[in-house]
Unconditional design. Sequence first.
Length: 219
Amino acid sequence: MTSALFIIPLWLDLTAVAVGAIQGAMFAARLTERRIDLLGVALIGVIVGLGGGLMRDLLLNQLPAAMASNWYLPVGTAAALLGMLLLRVFARLNGLIIALDAVTIGLFGAIGTSKALAYGVPVVPAVFVGVLSAVGGSILRDVALNLPIALMHVGSLYAVAATVGTTLLVVLVAMGTPIIAAATACVVVTTLIRLGSVRYGWSLPEQRALGSWKVWRRA
């Protein structure tokens, strides 16, 4: 199955990159025990802002978007430094940052999945590409900082939200829905699930809880 490519304006893509970079820089700046310098904070911010897109394009054997324009790296770096320098200000706007981050996850997921479909990737790998686009930056952040990958711990629904949204996109496209409408639905659903997980504490069951349930069943 192939589809048209979901394209967003450059300014919106750069805004998503900037939000990711600010989040990454704020995360790194809070790790005071690691004594990360300015360059380190900037690198972490750029990794979070651009990581998902880089992984997406490498999987699709395409020139990364960040390497095809002069805007991505400067915007990511500037946003990362801004996030560090204005840490207290952005901390007060944490709710807004979380909301923008949720929308960003949906956008990256929709772009990644639709791009994979447009290049003829089957639906299941296309969903994988979309999810990796959405959460790849946070994975690379944790690897770079030598931290446990946050996505693998209870309480994080980044990947779940992206999976539901991108799956909805491929289902709608298969039903003949225009790519813009399908991608919009992907962004909305992903955003709502992510915000719901933050607001209501939604999470997947913990592995130990499942293990205890199995033991109880056998008793």
